[in-house]
Ligand binder design. Structure first.
Ligand code: G6P
Length: 368
């Protein structure tokens, strides 16, 4: 069946607004909300018997993998090594012992990701794949498939596939934590409860933030460079935000770990450099706030993406503050990515670019 845009101007916009629904479908596939438990989703990956996991992916799927790494390490105490597939496949890394490998791909056809999968398979690793297209090559060649139920994604810049990949990783991290004895039943029930609220909160965020983000994006479209900063999983979102902005608006953008600011990008800060700081009121907040002060002291224009507690505790003047609801830490990337996507989308619309088919980019990169 042909996929239509409905009331939306672009597929990307439609796909952004579909996220509450498709994330909900994806979560329901992995989580038994009534029992407060993740289903027995990965018996074949045998999380309790492995020592570590390798992850490889490209583009936005790589960033989903990076957030997955943070979760698997934190909640399941499982060491994870991740790399972009175009490096992973050529590094000739040793793959000893009890490891599994996970590949993340919307299309399931990305050439470098597939080659990385085959490298791990030749070395005898168990292969899991988080894929959106069920009948794809990567899905066929994996031992265990973790489907994302995002439905067809048409916009070249990935949005709903990304949040569904995050939902899948959250379930995997909980399953791994249970198998490895690092999460007790109460903790699992709390995390599952948090995830169950994500679609409703995502929908209320999408229904309220658009007017503010449109104004902000009009401003942003006048700049040539944008820097994104964050810590922890928000460091990954900073890179994902920069990727989205450059892909579709052609404004040069970089995502940096906030703690690396003084190791380089601070040299670029002046009134011509908007800095998007992603900092909810979590254990990194104070540190990131002092990075923001360093930016403000050099005349940088700050766009502060935070939650209610973070906005209340802030002491700086900003160009804009985007205030999201206070949410559980596990849910943060799922919610905080929404304004990041919408900023890129609206900025691109103001720039007049071809949002769904940006120049030089392809939805699925099957060349190497
Ligand atoms: C291309 C697309 C991106 C996507 C990446 C990985 O660069 O433009 O949106 O994230 O490929 O694609 P995959 O299908 O493997 O997720």
């Amino acid at each position: 069946a042909q996929v239509e845009k409905g009331n939306h101007r672009h597929f990307m916009e439609k796909e952004i607004y579909e996220q509450p629904e498709v994330v909900s479908h994806t979560l329901a596939h992995y989580v038994d909300f009534t029992a407060g438990k993740v289903r027995n989703i990965a018996p074949d990956l045998n999380f309790s018997a492995i020592d570590s996991i390798k992850i490889a992916a490209c583009g936005t799927a790589f960033y989903a993998g990076q957030i997955g790494k943070y979760w698997l390490e934190r909640y399941a105490r499982l060491p994870v090594e991740i790399d972009v597939a175009s490096e992973f496949r050529y590094r000739e890394m040793p793959l000893p012992g009890n490891q599994a490998a996970l590949f993340v791909s919307q299309s399931g056809e990305t050439a470098d990701t597939l080659a990385s999968l085959r490298y791990c398979k030749e070395h005898g690793l168990k292969i899991g794949a988080i894929v959106n297209v069920r009948e794809s090559t990567i899905a066929r060649e994996a031992d265990v498939v973790f489907p994302t139920l995002a439905g067809p994604e048409i916009g070249v810049a990935s949005t709903k596939a990304f949040t569904c990949q995050l939902a899948t990783f959250a379930a995997l991290a909980i399953a791994a934590g249970r198998a490895r004895g690092t999460l007790i039943a109460d903790e699992e029930a709390n995390m599952v409860r948090a995830l169950s609220e994500a679609p409703r909160i995502a929908s209320s965020v999408l229904n309220t933030i658009q007017p503010q983000l449109e104004n902000l994006s009009r401003e942003l479209s006048r700049y040539r460079n944008v820097l994104y900063l964050g810590r922890g999983t928000n460091y990954t979102l900073a890179m994902e935000g920069a990727l989205k902005l450059k892909e579709i608006s052609y404004i040069h953008a970089e995502g940096y770990a906030a703690g690396e600011l003084k190791h380089g990008p601070i040299a670029l800060i002046d009134e011509n450099m908007p800095v998007i700081v992603i900092a909810p009121y979590d254990r990194h907040y104070e540190k990131t706030m002092s990075n923001m002060q360093e930016v403000a002291a050099r005349g940088g224009r700050i766009i502060f993406v935070t939650d209610e507690n973070g906005a209340a505790a802030a002491t700086l003047d900003t160009m804009a503050t985007i205030t999201l609801p206070n949410v559980d830490e596990l849910m943060m990337p799922l919610i905080f990515t929404l304004p990041i996507q919408l900023i890129a989308y609206h900025t691109a619309v103001f720039m007049g670019t071809d949002v769904d088919q940006p120049r030089n980019l392809a939805k699925s990169v099957t060349v190497e």
